[in-house]
Design a protein around this ligand. Structure first.
Ligand SMILES: Nc1nc2c(ncn2[C@@H]2O[C@H](COP(=O)(O)OP(=O)(O)O)[C@@H](O)[C@H]2O)c(=O)[nH]1
Ligand SMILES: [Mg+2]
Length: 187
């Protein structure tokens, strides 16, 4: 069913926008680099001194723009970084929001996951730093968490690349299903 890149499809669709969000120092930029590679543009968010990196990539055959947002603790902004992160999420309406958390401090970080869900954003929860969590013998039942939250939850250790393929598969599937339902809605 899927079309090859043979060129018969002339109109270039808008790339799907994928926003990486979460507290500072949880691994968002490591993930950004793993997803994007070479095609990256860094610019100030309009009217601010906050730098935003945007990179192009393909996930599951879908052209994507990945956005590395400034660190945020809450959707209610206090810092300029948080204001920019909030504006990015609510004005740009990304197609996928990847909430990156430090698995060692999951309890403190889930409040933001809930805020993102309440804002109606399509969230995937990435439990990063599993290497450190496991060294501390922390056990996290990510299947139960996924069920409770009703969203995909992926254990990861981004410095070694663990979890990245699973994340890409889930994002790719999500974008494909969405494209299918757009098609069926159009006919
Ligand atoms: N142990 C460990 N460290 C990580 C992992 N992912 C990222 N880091 C480290 O965490 C720090 C913050 O990462 P960074 O991507 O800059 O976080 P950001 O502020 O969310 O963009 C860096 O020193 C990374 O090398 C991981 O899975 N395990
Ligand atoms: Mg960063």
């Amino acid at each position: 069913m899927s079309r090859t890149d043979g060129g018969e499809n002339q109109a270039q669709p808008q790339p799907a926008r994928i926003a990486l969000v979460g507290n500072p120092n949880v691994g968002k930029s490591v993930l950004f680099n793993r997803l994007t590679g070479r095609y990256v543009v860094v610019s100030n968010y309009p009217g601010t001194t906050v730098e935003i990196a945007r990179g192009q990539t393909q996930i599951g055959g879908h052209p994507c723009e990945v956005i590395d947002t400034p660190g945020m603790y809450s959707l209610s902004p206090i810092t300029e970084e948080e204001r920019v992160a909030r504006a990015l999420l609510l004005k740009e309406q990304p197609d996928v929001v990847i909430h990156v958390v430090d698995a060692k401090n999951l309890n403190r970080m889930l409040a933001l996951t809930l805020q993102l869900l309440e804002a109606g954003l399509p969230v995937i929860l990435l439990l990063n730093m599993m290497d450190e969590a496991e060294r501390l013998h922390l056990r996290i039942d990510h299947h139960a968490l996924a069920k409770r939250l009703g969203i995909p939850v992926i254990p990861a250790s981004l410095i070694t690349g663990r979890g990245v393929e699973e994340l890409k598969n889930i994002v790719g599937e999500y974008l494909s299903n969405r494209a299918d339902s757009n098609l069926s809605a159009a006919h």
